[in-house]
Ligand binder design. Structure first.
Ligand SMILES: Cc1cc2nc3c(=O)[nH]c(=O)nc-3n(C[C@H](O)[C@H](O)[C@H](O)COP(=O)(O)O)c2cc1C
Length: 209
């Protein structure tokens, strides 16, 4: 596989990769999907078990069908976590945090492309998640935005029915892909000196202020 098109500096890809939830309608070229999946399968897995599977969906009708499932799933999660049943239940103070994800719940039906990250065999998300990150970084290097999303268990059977996914296959992420309507850019993260230690748990890193 010719990976020369993934020539964006790794640092640029990692440091500008933020969640993209609004997409232009342009389709993702099949050649780009191939490269993105090739990057995903390069990720490590326990014992090189390679249990990750990728279901790529670019069929408009299927995406629309899944959009309705995803919307129900998003609100089922909010009901569980906050007791919210609709937009009117979200307090003003929470709108900035939940607004973009809520909008994605409405827009999922029209995203240009979806990749479901799944696995076969034993339930080992740790052997799947590196592949999902590779996938999203490769997409970023091609100018394609993404966001990892998870669905609520209450809609899982509907998901399986739409795409013919057997019960013994585990779903980890639903990742929409497309060219961003907005921009890539910096993210807000805790400083490393708050989340990292040197030699002993709790001991400060040399660059701790
Ligand atoms: C395990 C996991 C689950 C996530 N689930 C969702 C989701 O269901 N819906 C969504 O819009 N974003 C989801 N995200 C994206 C996070 O909200 C996002 O990475 C985080 O808020 C940081 O945003 P940023 O990368 O734009 O800075 C998820 C991310 C992870 C790692």
């Amino acid at each position: 596989m010719d990976h020369s098109r993934l020539s964006m500096p790794l640092g640029e890809a990692m440091f500008t990769q933020r969640s993209i939830r609004r997409f232009r309608p342009d389709p993702v070229p099949v050649a780009d999907l191939e490269l993105i999946l090739e990057a995903a399968v390069k990720a490590p897995s326990g014992g090189n078990s390679q249990i990750a599977r990728f279901l790529v969906v670019n069929d408009r009708d299927l995406i629309k069908e899944f959009g309705a499932v995803y919307r129900d799933a998003w609100w089922a999660k909010r009901l569980d976590s906050h007791g919210w049943t609709g937009p009117e239940d979200i307090p003003e103070a929470d709108r900035a945090q939940f607004g973009p994800a809520m909008r994605l719940a409405d827009d999922m039906a029209t995203v240009p492309c979806l990749v479901f990250v799944l696995s076969v065999g034993s339930h080992q998300p740790e052997s799947v998640l590196p592949a999902a990150q590779n996938l999203m970084l490769a997409a970023r290097a091609l100018g394609i935005g993404s966001v990892p999303t998870r669905i609520h268990p209450s809609v899982e059977d509907r998901f399986r029915a739409i795409f013919g996914v057997p019960q013994d296959v585990t779903l980890h992420f639903a990742i929409p892909l497309g060219y961003p309507a907005g921009r890539f850019g910096p993210t807000t993260r805790r400083p490393t000196w708050e989340t990292g230690y040197l030699n002993t748990w709790g001991a400060p890193l040399p660059w701790t202020p």
